[in-house]
Design a protein around this ligand. Structure first.
Ligand code: AGP
Length: 608
């Protein structure tokens, strides 16, 4: 999704803006641009290439105040004329994340007032609207506030004016934005990672905040225009955590970070002797005592985590669980159960559909809410009463990897805590699960050792156009996640099916050109799965099986086996995820795609 960086300083801000944009590249973008004030003129440079191209084009650009943007097209094709910043009458420049829903009405009105539109974007109306107030006198802040009052939709914006090199104005509603506090300089960004090279002191803005930044201070005004103070926090992110280091791609780095990410997420639990509801917040015990079911809302990979959790929650905790795709749930007139705990799962905590689904659930009467999320201070964390932070660290690759396995770990903890509270977990079982959780990071580390074998296996996929993933029970969502990873980074069309569903249709697709990848844990459904694999083999399908020890599935012509080091019981979905992530990664390498920034995709999907 789009990214914003802005700076007001006593030094040239162009390198600050470019470095910030570079660090936001992972969010996905198709064009980039920046504008600075120089000699009372707005000096704007835009490019449809990478930030590196913008760097070349701005070699001689200078200014002490500026705003910059990476754009992920929503309204209007990716092109230089649609790239931000947008400028009104050479006086006002704006960068914007989000979508302005009433832009057509505003565009018609502003056109009749003499404003000319140079792009197809919704953003351009913001610049002209601010200008329409600013030209009558008054401050940039007042003009921006007046314009914002007319906007319907979501935004994070940065605004500067050609005749004011001492003030930068920004605002947020529905899209994330934060301030960076420096010494004699201040910054804005849509993501803290953009600012780490400048400062770790940050202020997370609240919904509806509008801010006037100078070099030596800033003033925040809330949604009602009241002057308010917000806490300055020290970001825990280190500069290193967003560096690539020795790895070729962030996806590879993040796959390898999973043992540590899991250990960090499970730290408080694994260091104690028993499980307590408090890990989900102070009110968790009371809330958990009051609920009779779970409703999980999420998108994409996070939705797959929810699907795995449903098996755990119903089987171990004996609590009814429904899992819904957030973008569907938000528009469905469902029957609310106020005794249900609404669990939203999200890496970014900013996914627009998940936020809207949560708000929809609340509007239907749901009051018990829990966020499982990887980003502190994100919108979902603030919108929920209970929360658990996964501690995966920044996930830069668009394809979600370590966020997924840490979400699973958090959901397993939720299952155990609920099982205990509902009297379904003996002391002995609790200790056994704690032991398994402590062992999990090293079990994942062992699976990672399969990497060279999987890299070899991936060579066979480079010429394929389709792939079928099979799994059963708890591992069907893992097959679905494997298919999502493969299509996302290698652009091979991949589908996942519960293996028992094969003969109800998809078996028609199987022939020698269709690789069939199967997740084969040593569990109660193994024998059923083996029969399904026979059905594939009998139709000439080429099988790639990720099999636990003692499954007795043998390598043969057309059957390639990858042996998993151990069977992890209920935690097996976490282990079985790893080889599928590696497979997708190495197939993408074979195909030469842009692994970390797959075409058409964005990291956090903050628009509908
Ligand atoms: C995963 O690889 C995807 N890029 C995508 O499906 C993602 O999981 C989805 O957009 C949800 O994002 P979130 O977890 O940040 O809410």
């Amino acid at each position: 999704m789009c990214g914003i960086v802005g700076a007001i300083a006593q030094r040239n801000v162009v390198p600050i803006l470019l470095e910030g944009l570079q660090r936001l590249e992972y969010r996905g973008y198709d064009s980039a641009g920046l504008v600075v004030v120089h000699d009372e003129e707005l000096d704007r440079v835009r490019s449809t290439g990478r930030v590196a191209d913008l760097t070349k084009k701005t070699a001689s650009t200078q200014g002490l105040i500026g705003i910059a943007h990476t754009r992920w097209a929503t309204h209007g094709v990716p092109s230089e004329r649609n790239a931000h910043p947008h400028v009104s009458k050479n006086q006002i420049a704006v960068v914007h994340n989000g979508i302005i829903e009433n832009y057509e009405i505003l565009r018609t009105r502003l056109t009749s007032e003499g404003y000319e539109f140079a792009s197809d974007t919704d953003t351009e109306v913001i610049g002209h609207l601010i200008h329409s107030y600013y030209k009558n006198g008054g401050t940039l802040l007042a003009a921006t506030q007046a314009a914002l009052a007319e906007l319907v939709g979501a935004y994070a914006i940065g605004v500067i004016a050609n005749d004011n090199r001492d003030q930068l104005v920004c605002a947020r509603r529905g899209s994330p934005l934060l301030l960076g506090v420096g010494d004699g300089e201040h910054f804005i960004a849509s993501d803290v990672s953009a600012l780490l090279a400048q400062t770790r002191k940050v202020v997370y803005l609240e919904e509806g905040d509008v801010v006037e930044l100078g070099r030596h201070g800033y003033k925040i005004f809330d949604v009602n225009g009241r002057h308010v103070e917000r806490i300055v926090q020290l970001s825990e992110l280190s500069n290193d955590s967003v560096e690539l280091g020795l790895y070729q791609h962030y996806m590879q780095k993040e796959i390898h970070e999973q043992p540590q990410a899991l250990a960090d997420t499970l730290e408080s639990v694994c260091n104690s002797q028993s499980l307590v509801p408090g890990i989900f917040g102070a009110q968790a015990a009371n809330t958990f005592a009051d609920i009779d079911s779970i409703l999980i809302l999420a998108c994409g990979t996070s939705h797959h985590a929810g699907l795995v959790a449903r098996y755990w929650l119903e089987e171990i905790a004996g609590i009814r669980c429904n899992v819904e795709i957030a973008s569907e749930y938000r528009y469905r007139d469902s029957v609310a159960n106020p005794k249900s705990l609404v669990v939203v799962i999200s890496q970014s905590g900013e996914t627009a559909d998940t936020q809207a689904a949560l708000n929809h659930a609340k509007s239907l009467g749901h009051t018990h809410t829990l966020a499982i999320c990887n980003v502190p201070e994100s919108a979902l964390i603030r919108l929920c009463k209970l929360r658990m932070l996964t501690r995966a660290g920044p996930e830069i690759g668009v394809a979600s990897t370590k966020a997924f396995t840490t979400q699973l770990a958090a959901l397993f903890l939720l299952t155990l805590v609920l099982a205990k509270q509902r009297g379904r977990l003996s002391l002995q079982d609790e200790q056994r699960h704690l032991h398994d959780l402590r062992h999990l990071p090293s079990a994942v580390q062992k699976v990672l050792e399969l990497e060279p074998h999987i890299a070899k296996l991936a060579e066979k996929f480079a010429s394929k156009h389709n792939a079928l993933f099979l799994g059963r029970g708890l591992h069907f969502p893992i097959a679905a996640e494997g298919a999502l990873k493969l299509k996302e980074v290698s652009y091979i069309h991949a589908e996942a099916y519960p293996a028992g569903e094969l003969k109800h249709g998809p078996l028609a697709l199987v022939d020698k050109d269709m690789p069939v990848i199967s997740v084969a844990p040593n569990d109660a459904l193994l024998e059923k799965l083996k029969s399904n694999l026979q059905e594939v083999r009998a139709r000439g399908g080429e099988l790639y099986v990720f099999a636990d020890a003692n499954t007795h599935i043998k390598e043969a012509e057309g059957i390639h086996i990858m042996h998993m080091p151990e069977h992890a019981g209920y935690l097996s979905p976490i282990l079985h995820t790893i080889p599928l992530q590696l497979l997708a990664y190495y197939v993408a390498l074979q195909k030469g795609t842009d692994v970390d920034k797959p075409r058409n995709l964005a990291k956090s999907v903050t628009v509908e």
